[in-house]
Write a protein that binds this ligand. Structure first.
Ligand SMILES: O=C(O)c1ccccc1N[C@@H]1O[C@H](COP(=O)(O)O)[C@@H](O)[C@H]1O
Length: 206
């Protein structure tokens, strides 16, 4: 099956367009106030309105208060919610929306247990554990930590870029890849050439 691509941490309409034009399946909007890529609701609405049909807009939250998540979901047309903190399965399903759950990868993580725990998640986002950082670190983890017999779709993240994503896909065989830092010229500012090169590398990986 074709590996899907999500370009995360979009803060500008032109970057959303560049991602869609290059063939991204999804773009991500970060609603975590601690992230340099955090968008306001107004920014989010402008970006969402610029995205063509059939490109999924994913809203990313990190241990956000319920009222904040609800306020965003009420106004913003999001196709999927990404919980990137320590949210429990009960917290993830509070909103009745399809969601993916991030798992911070390091030695000892039991992904079989995690996929049982988040049984109703659409997929697991595997991102690098970096102390003091929730995500978007630009750092890769040891892909050998991902067992080949998971039942849930894996969305591989963490330090991916055009030069390593092909190898990552061949090693892990994820359903999708998720990138933020690796397609940027500065935090929150995407580089259209890097986006295009990344998506090309994904398509060429076999
Ligand atoms: O992008 C962010 O700023 C961010 C902030 C808080 C949690 C997650 C965040 N991004 C996600 O992190 C991974 C890896 O990103 P990177 O390619 O290593 O920069 C990815 O899932 C982003 O969606």
């Amino acid at each position: 099956m074709r590996t899907r691509v999500k370009i995360c941490g979009i803060t500008r309409v032109e970057d959303a367009r560049a991602a869609a034009d290059a063939g991204a399946d999804a773009i991500g909007l970060v609603f975590d106030p601690d992230s340099p890529r955090c968008v306001t609701l107004e920014q989010a609405l402008a970006i969402i309105n610029s995205v063509p049909p059939f490109v999924t807009v994913v809203g990313l939250f990190v241990d956000s208060p319920v009222e904040r998540v609800r306020a965003v979901l009420e106004r913003a047309r999001l196709g999927l919610v990404q919980f990137h903190g320590a949210e429990t399965p009960e917290q993830c399903r509070l909103y009745g929306r399809p969601y993916v759950k991030a798992i911070r990868m390091r030695g000892g993580v039991n992904l079989h247990a995690e996929e049982r725990r988040y049984a109703d998640a659409t997929g697991l986002v595997l991102d690098t554990y970096v102390p003091g950082q929730s995500g978007g670190s630009g750092r890769a983890f040891d892909w050998g930590l991902v067992p080949g017999d998971l039942h849930k779709p894996v969305i591989l993240a963490g330090g991916l870029h055009a030069d390593n994503v092909g190898d990552a896909i061949r090693r892990v065989r994820p359903a999708a890849v998720d990138v933020s830092s690796g397609v940027e010229s500065a935090k929150g500012i995407k580089d259209p050439h890097k986006i295009a090169a990344f998506i090309r590398a994904v398509r060429e990986a076999a």
